[in-house]
Ligand binder design. Sequence first.
Ligand code: PGA
Length: 250
Amino acid sequence: MRKPFVAGNWKMNKTSAEARELVEKMIAQLQDAAAVETVFCPPFMAVATVREALKHTAFGLGAQNMHWEEQGAFTGEVAPKMVKEFCEYVILGHSERRAYFGETNETVNKKLQAAQKNNLISIVCVGETLAEYESGRTREVVSTQTSLGLRDVAPEYARSIIVAYEPVWAIGTGKASTGPAANAVIKDFIRPAIAELYGAETAQAVRVLYGGSVTAANAQEFFTQPDIDGALVGGASLKVDEFVSIVKSF
Ligand code: PGA
């Protein structure tokens, strides 16, 4: 049984003070939602404050990115062990990182290796752009991102990875995919790519989320699909009622 998982990716939103207010309101309403693993991913500057607010709770904390090097002359970057000091999770290869900050399947994999070394649970994002979708390249893109991004970790670590299928055309557009379409990509392209790397059992054990314009209104459509284990939520994770209701849709 794969435990349901919902993560809120706040992206570059909320100061530390605003983050504290937001997370406190959310956790107050999520006390009875223990069946769903719920993780907050605030911007780096708010991580310590949110950690304080989550103390003595079962909610998880994640970073939105990190560098793969352990330390050194990398101005502006954050090292894995700095993330690990506060967080249990890290989002890797989000499409915005790929599109605006030059991340590739190779750098995503380097970060995955670093996450393994530092005992961080990775949430690895994959997904095709609109142009790739329209030219029928979804299978090729998503399979390649999965095989190259997830390769070369220990089998036990591979089982802990969380994959987020986020079609780029659905992110922040209000145009979500559909339950059946997202389920098919996960079942037919993502799990088989994982199976090729780590075997069928691991491919079934890995949790795969859907992300892209998930709202309280459409969450259930995704959560009732057999191969979708939860959601990576962007815009709606900044709204208390929306996010609470998404988590409670399971
Ligand atoms: P969205 O973002 O929910 O605002 O579409 C999802 C994401 O980028 O993780």
